[in-house]
Write a protein that binds this ligand. Sequence first.
Ligand SMILES: Cc1cc2nc3c(=O)[nH]c(=O)nc-3n(C[C@H](O)[C@H](O)[C@H](O)COP(=O)(O)OP(=O)(O)OC[C@H]3O[C@@H](n4cnc5c(N)ncnc54)[C@H](O)[C@@H]3O)c2cc1C
Length: 825
Amino acid sequence: MTALFLALFVLSLLLLAYYRIPLLISIAILAGLTFAFTELRHFYPIPAWFRWDLGILTVTLAGFAIKPLRRLLISNRLFSVYRKVMPRLSSTEREALEAGTVWWDAELFSGKPRWRRLLRQPAPSLSAREQEFIDGPVEELCLMLDDWEICDKHRDLPESAWRFIRNNGFFGMIIPEEYGGLGFSAQANSAVVTKLSSRNVTAAVTVMVPNSLGPGELLLHFGTDEQKAHYLPRLASGEDIPCFALTSALAGSDAGAMPDTGIVCKDEFEGEEVLGLRVTWDKRYITLAPVATLLGLAFRAYDPDGLLGDTKDLGISCALIPANTPGVEIGNRHMPIGAVFMNGPTRGKDVFIPMDWVIGGQERLGQGWRMLMQSLAAGRAISLPSLGVAGGKMASLLTGAYARIRTQFDVPIGKFGGVEEPLSRIGGRTYRMDAARTLTLIALDQGEKPGVLSAINKYQLTEGSRQCILDAMDVHGGKGIVQGPNNYLAHAYQALPISITVEGANILTRSLIIFGQGAIRAHPCLLKEMNAVMGIANSQARRVFDNALFTHIGFTLSNTVRSLLLGLTGGMMTPAPVRGPHAKYFRQLSRMSAAFAFIADAVLVILGGKFKFKEKLSGRLADVLIHLYMASAILKRFEDDGRPAEDLPLLVWGMEDSLFAIQQALLGVIRNFPLPVIGRIVKLIVFPFGHPYSGPSDKTVTAIAQILLDENESRDRLTDGVFISDRDDATGRVNKAFHLVLEAGPAERAIKNALKESVNFENYEGLVKRATESGVITEEQATMVRLAQQASARVIAVDDFPPEQVAGLVDPTVTPREPDQTASS
Ligand SMILES: Cc1cc2nc3c(=O)[nH]c(=O)nc-3n(C[C@H](O)[C@H](O)[C@H](O)COP(=O)(O)OP(=O)(O)OC[C@H]3O[C@@H](n4cnc5c(N)ncnc54)[C@H](O)[C@@H]3O)c2cc1C
């Protein structure tokens, strides 16, 4: 009886923690149980010590509910300890951490994500006006772009494309219509960048920069009315071309440490003495700088003569400086690899600017860093993630097509198991990346500024794109390596490091920002605890701390229990919000979310302020958060698409790959746990029966390869939103050949069956003739086979050049030999 009751008591304790039943209700339930049990002594012999022990445990728990008592005994003491161990944050770190909002990341940090909330979010959509723009001007612009001409011959966009971009409002997508801009949603902005990126990275970067963090975005949020009225219509119409200069040679990733200065002073401006700043800067890598007419500049403002008050170091500030201002040096170009968008340095020495050139005017002097951090999320979640997804979509489209067109050993290379693997990674990753892109855009369009999610998107979608393009290169073999107008991969491959490095270099974003900011912002208690102990140590602060601390303790206990019970039941204890083959993944993600929240807390509690310097642990925990988010996005997308059964392999690949990545990252944390003994206990709690996830199966891999190697709705959905050329250019030829090869397939199979010989480029004329004469195929089929073989040969062809041209001895703008001439050689 005693054993039975003890089991009942422990089970109740676990379930109360698992379901996060409030403390007072939990105590009432446990006290009721203890009382009922003591009453049983009239019927059964129950040892008195046991009854007393349970009573003491219940009373102790009740003690936690009496706030003055627990403050006296526990939280006031811990308050002083926390004040010592909490990391000291600089003001720039604090502003970066506190910027933006939290969204689905907070649910993942809770260890108990509310899936119905996610599924209730609206599905992504575009307005009719936005769709018209994408089908009209964006399509037209894509048609004006020739990658080879732009990158290798002219090293610039054609003048007609520049004009078209300016005249059609591409630079004003984020500017409201009242200022003459397009006033597009985040979904539309991303759709434009995705489509342009799929055609030409240079054009995409040129368009994305004014619509990302820069003068437009800063003016919209912080500009004075006069500044908005003056600049926004000029930016929207393309009359002004903006750039934004933050990075200097000394301060790259640590942009807050910039040495560029603005000294408050008085000087003559347009014939009058005015208050302003004498600004000195030396910036590099600035996109659009060589052609910019309006320079957005970040510098640190000082007031040594006390013209504004007692503060000497006013802090980072942002100003808008017309590029033709005397003393502004601008115009030289850097040459980034793989793309030829305008990028270059800018310098200035003691350039006087009046105070009303500071964005937001004098009252915003010194607030530049906060302004930048608060505006960072939107652009970072749109521009480079869209470029990354375009890379994945194009890799899916073109690599699948090429792997179907190119045959070796009489078999399309995509049918070899070895090639199926990279094909499936390309398709699976692209599906996952696109899902994360659209989910984050849903948040943006609801007015959120999700700082952590935008960092996840920037990191994972550029990294994912890099993996897709590397796999695409492998599948293409020599075709991807030899440069020329026939190569549609080379520039994307060469330009990969750009998106990895800019807007927060990826190593830093993964190992410092994602979990570092997530732990503080998205954690339900940590920021409250930090704020309480970092301010003045009064009784109000202690009360706030006490509440946050005990919520935190309850939260950690609950996640420990949830991790254990979900581990023991393989996730089956938690409900899924849907039915169907994907329901189990909701459960697995709930399980891993609990494990993540539990382990993250354990690491943070053990390391305290030292965590800031443990980037390897932070990077692994970031991997967990990233994959929890990406996998959530997959489930949302599948539901939004109406659960198409044909897309299941893509869903399964993404889920299995993400769950495996989460498991490996958690094991990495456990193996390197700050206290190894605790690490071993944590492992038993989280993975009581070993490691449940092993990545996508071979069956899933083959199923995805088949999607990419054929025409089907899954492939269309996966690659939706990219520019598909129907011209006789590098990508147009692949598309055409792909469709012809598929159409000619039945006839080629019939020839092989009847004549026991496979059709290829060398023998097709003779074989087709014999097959037609013997009635194996019709005349119409014969034409199809011929066209398919000729189109394939043109795709497989690569360019070659006269040696003098390769050596740069003749005009590089000379066109190389026609590709079909080289095909037969
Ligand atoms: C093509 C291009 C366009 C650009 N456009 C603009 C622009 O328009 N405006 C603008 O202001 N800037 C722009 N930049 C600058 C860009 O944002 C910086 O290059 C970037 O911030 C990184 O700085 P860095 O190159 O000096 O690298 P570094 O800061 O020297 O970093 C080198 C490496 O160290 C890593 N690292 C640094 N600190 C840490 C840390 N604490 N933890 C872990 N890893 C760390 C980084 O991740 C990176 O991998 C552009 C850069 C390029 C190349």
